[in-house]
Design a protein around this ligand. Structure first.
Ligand code: MTE
Ligand code: MO
Length: 575
């Protein structure tokens, strides 16, 4: 008899009080860590299954990419983040802001899953409800994507949720014996202890076959076995999902491509790309290397789309719509253009601006060819991940070098900058023009469309404001009296060109500085001057005029809604 009791204890039997307050033994229950682990494994499986279904749906074009609950929740999280916090995150973490978000989301889901496991130990039903609520939140996140999501896109979340709840039930069922069964088992045990029951437990009716002790041991083994199987299934689902449209495929697709030959840009006054760079020490080069080019987008993970899978549909208010594959795009005229790109979120003095030599197809003939209707005034551009922007139709057809770019600085477009195809439009901030991973262009009317950022209070039309930046000296630098201090920077006013740049020391007279040659009106110009340092703390400011003699705006204005303005300034301490 004592043996039986010991066995039972070893198997993890615990005593609980029922509603009436009577203490009675129950069958084996998972411990704290086992239950938490089970919760994590169950939620892991649910998400992995949902992810796999979503990936399959996305691959077969049945579902939207945002049918992935993880992606939708992540994107919703970015959307719900207040503007100031977003600006702060970009300013603080730079490009690590995505990693910070992923880690934060991961930790949150992990903790939530562990809690579901712990709750399931007491009440599998409440745990199932919690899991259902989690699935419902994912569902809301999916449905509120600005992309074209429909009810079908809820399928991955629902399948994941059903699988999760089913496995949760399987795992914790044994610990939720109803009162009657439990009483019957207890009675059997008592009989056995008195020596009245059959000696061999196998002689009990099938459903009552085990003694409580055996049942505990079995329950434990079964529980741990199921946790193992669930974990393995989650890992397998994840592996299959990863294998499908992987970034490895994208890399292979990129590697197999060659930068198309393109008609080079001609520059006035004998200026060439080889001689244009006049950066002083400590200053960024004229052409921003791809690795240093700023990256701004709403994509939590880089969209994986190969050149082979890519196509672009041009439709809407047009005479005849058109769909282009990557190969067909390459058959069109390719031009090489050096263009300075600017993000509307760039603060005065900020670094969300860069210049690259792009190769791509001019958009104007393509758009003229489909025959936009007379009342169309915009093009709604959508990327493979559902990001949207509205670009003014006029800016794409007024003769400027608006491109569908496939290469950047002599390299096939990097994935982070929009591989396989992105837009580049001189003179417009990126959020109203530079669609990366573009797959759809709908000729339309501004009045009928709501794009991602314009829905969030940013401007509908956003031409780039004339701006200038001091690169050297760096902030709060020091010099010795009598030194010749080099002051240098850049200035840009895409489509208008930079006419002149001036600096001012301590509120004195504005003085013109030396400018690098103008490569074109669509690129920035480097500028520099020297100044003989005098003892004291000094403030240097700069300002630029565009080619028409228009001075940049002095008033300090935040980026929202249509770009920052104000003069950049630096402090320098001269000893
Ligand atoms: N698909 C997609 N394209 C996008 C964005 C985005 O969030 N998603 N952001 C735009 C913004 S705000 C800018 S400034 C440019 C930045 O391009 P880059 O990352 O290559 O520098 O991309 C634009 N194109
Ligand atoms: Mo931007």
């Amino acid at each position: 008899m004592d043996e039986t009791k010991k066995d039972r204890t070893a198997a993890g039997d615990v005593r609980t009080r029922d509603r009436a307050g009577t203490e009675r033994p129950t069958l084996w229950q998972p411990g704290f860590f086992a239950a938490a682990l089970a919760g994590i494994v169950v939620v892991g499986l649910a998400l992995a299954v949902a992810e796999l279904v979503s990936i399959l749906g996305d691959r077969t074009q049945v579902l939207n990419q945002f049918s992935s609950p993880l992606l939708a929740v992540g994107a919703a999280f970015i959307t719900l983040t207040p503007e100031w916090l977003k600006q702060f995150a970009i300013a603080t973490f730079g490009e690590s802001d995505k990693i910070a978000l992923q880690v934060g989301m991961g930790v949150t889901v992990f903790v939530l899953a562990a809690v579901i496991g712990l709750v399931a130990r007491r009440s599998p039903r409440i745990a199932a409800v919690m899991l259902a609520v989690f699935v419902a939140i994912c569902g809301v996140a999916v449905l509120t994507r600005p992309a074209d999501v429909g009810p079908l896109d809820l399928i991955p979340s629902i399948i994941g949720g059903v699988v999760g709840i089913a496995v949760l039930g399987l795992l914790f069922r044994r610990t939720a014996l109803d009162a009657e069964t439990r009483a019957a088992l207890l009675k059997e045990r008592e009989e056995q202890e008195k020596g009245n029951g059959p000696a061999d437990p196998r002689e009990y009716p099938t459903e009552r076959r085990a003694t409580p002790a055996m049942d505990s041991a079995l329950a434990r083994r079964r529980f741990l076995g199921l946790v193992g199987i669930t974990a393995a299934a989650a890992a397998a689902a994840t592996a299959v999902g990863r294998f499908l449209p992987s970034s490895a495929d994208v890399n292979a697709s990129r590697d197999a491509l060659q930068v198309p030959t393109a008609s080079p840009q001609t520059f006035e006054g004998g200026v060439t790309l080889d001689t244009i760079d006049q950066a002083v020490e400590g200053q960024e080069p004229f052409l921003t290397p791809n690795a240093d080019f700023y990256r701004i987008d709403t994509a939590l993970t880089l969209p994986n789309i190969t050149a082979e899978d890519w196509s672009l549909r041009i439709h809407g208010l047009v005479d005849k719509e058109r769909t282009l594959t990557y190969d067909e795009l390459l058959q069109l005229e390719q031009v090489e253009r050096t263009i300075t790109l600017t993000c509307v979120s760039n603060e005065v003095g900020g670094s969300l601006v860069g210049t690259a030599t792009w190769i791509g197809t001019p958009l104007e003939p393509l758009l003229t060819d489909v025959g936009p209707s007379a009342d169309a005034d915009c093009v709604l551009c959508t990327s493979i991940d559902g990001f949207t922007l509205t670009a003014p139709l006029e800016a794409l057809t007024d003769g400027r070098d608006a491109l569908l770019a496939v290469a950047m600085n002599g390299e096939i477009l990097p994935q982070r900058n929009g591989f396989p195809v992105r837009m580049v439009v001189p003179g417009l901030y990126g959020f109203v023009s530079a669609t990366k991973w573009i797959v759809d262009m709908k000729v339309s009317k501004f009045a009928d469309e709501a794009a991602y950022w314009t829905q969030r209070g940013w401007a509908q039309e956003a031409p780039i404001k004339t701006a200038s930046r001091i690169d050297v000296p760096r902030g709060f630098s020091q010099a010795t009296a009598g030194d010749e201090v080099v002051i240098a920077g850049v200035a840009w006013a895409q489509t208008r060109g930079i006419g002149s740049v001036e600096i001012q020391i301590d509120g004195g007279d504005w003085q013109q500085v030396e400018l690098s040659p103008a490569l074109s009106k669509d690129t920035w110009r480097q500028w520099r001057t020297t100044w003989v340092a005098e003892a004291g703390v000094h403030t240097i400011r700069c300002r630029a005029y565009d080619d028409a003699g228009e001075l940049q705006i002095e008033e300090m204005v935040a980026p929202i809604p249509n770009g920052s303005s104000g003069y950049d300034s630096r402090s320098i301490t001269v000893a």
